[in-house]
Structure formats: C-alpha cells, structure tokens
Design a binder for this molecule. Structure first.
Ligand code: SF4
Length: 230
C-alpha cells in the first residue's frame, strides 16, 4: 500500500501532553470534515490543490524518518484525516525502526494499526468520532472557535478512558487575535471542571514547523479569508 503524503517534516510537538518533544510529522492527504477554520486546508480544500501529493510505501516513510530525524524522536501521523487509511503496515515499519507512533485524528473510522498514543480532536459539527476510537483515546483536543464548541465536544466523548486528558484549545485565529471571549470561556470551563486543561498551539508561536525545508510554507486562506486556514 502507498500512503498519500501532503508534507513531512521534523520539528517538535507543539501541543498536548507531549508538548515540546522532538517529533517527525507525516501529514497524510485527504479529509472529509471540511472544518471552516482548518489550519491544514491544503490537505483537502478544492481551491488549493497541492501541485502533487507524494505516494510512499510504509518502508519509504520509515526510511525518511530514520534519515531525517534522530533516534528518540516520536513520529506523529496527522492530516488531513489519517484514520481513513489502514495504518497497520506504516506503524509496523516505524516500530521496527524503533520509533513510537502517535496519531492525531477526528476518529471517524475504525482505527487500524497499533498506535502508541491517540490524540482525538472531535468535530461534532461534522462527523462525530466512533465510540471504538474514543475508547482508545489518550488525550482529547477540543478546538474552541465558538463558546458552544466546548459542550459540543464534551458530548461526543462517551466511553473516554478515565485517565485521558481533555484539552481546550482556542482555534488559532482566535488565539492569534487574543480573542478574550474565547480565552476567558476556556479559563472559566477549566476552573469549573478540573479535568479540563487549557491548551495552546505553541509551535505556531515559535514557527517551529517552518524551519524544516520539507514543510509546506504556503498560506491557504480558506475561502479567501486570510484570517483562517493559515
Ligand atoms: S478534521 Fe482536521 S484536517 Fe480535517 S478539515 Fe478539520 S481541522 Fe482540517
């Protein structure tokens, strides 16, 4: 099987429990969720089709990881929506290369592959996550663009393990604008429910991903709106 790769790059994990950890990202192409604030819109938006999407085997991707990042760096498989693909072979080859494999997904299809760490970012306004994926989740990332997103995200987490961490992340355009309505709502929610944590996309503040020559530097403003999708 060949995997469609939109971009790959070595950087560090900018959010969640593994914040700050060296990480090699493999961003697969394709996503049906069509979030209007998507910051990876090049993976699916019809107005911004990439000039080409590389098709690589699991072994070729494992070789890239070994050549382009040192031992100890985890591999984050993201998208797009990577759960649309059977990840079994990719995970096996990465494990054989001695790497832990993390997944970032909205959980809309059965998970195939022995992933070591599952980050679930539910999109309840699109397709909600499958319960079987929720049950495998290690951490949840709820993106908060509107205040209703917090409750909507929490509602689709039936079956979440008790020890899974739940992050509330301001959607990036809101974070960049320091939208205090959204930021204060996250603060309030965390104070009311200590299981929740306030999050932030730290790699964007550092612009860490841009330093790798393989990362995609194009700005992809959704619908021509330069405040979204970048
Ligand atoms: S699920 Fe992720 S990749 Fe897909 S449209 Fe939403 S933010 Fe973008």
């Amino acid at each position: 099987m060949k995997y469609p790769v939109y971009e790959r790059f070595y950087t560090w994990q900018g959010e969640g429990v593994h914040l700050g950890r060296a990480a090699y990202f493999i961003r697969l192409y394709g996503c049906p969720q069509k979030c209007f604030w998507c910051d990876s819109a090049g993976t699916w938006h019809p107005e911004y089709r990439p000039p080409q999407v590389g098709l690589y085997s699991a072994q070729e991707l494992a070789d890239f990881v070994v050549q382009e990042s040192p031992d100890g760096a985890v591999v984050v498989v993201t998208g797009g929506e990577p759960i649309l693909f059977d990840l079994t072979e990719l995970v096996e080859r990465l494990h054989a290369a001695g790497r832990r494999v993390h997944l970032e997904t909205s959980g809309i299809a059965p998970l195939k592959g022995g992933i070591d760490w599952v980050t679930l970012s539910p999109k309840p306004f699109g397709m909600p996550p499958l319960r079987e994926v929720v049950e495998l989740t290690d951490e949840v990332k709820i993106i908060v663009h509107d205040l209703s997103d917090i409750q909507a995200g929490l509602k689709v987490l039936e079956g979440l393990p008790d020890d899974a961490v739940i992050w509330l992340h301001p959607e990036w355009s809101k974070a960049r604008e320091k939208d205090m309505t959204v930021l204060n709502a996250i603060t309030q929610a965390v104070k009311e429910n200590p299981r929740l944590r306030a999050g932030y996309q730290m790699h964007k503040a550092y612009r860490a991903d841009d330093l790798d020559p393989h990362s995609d530097k194009r700005q992809i403003p959704l619908g021509g709106n330069p405040e979204l999708g970048v």
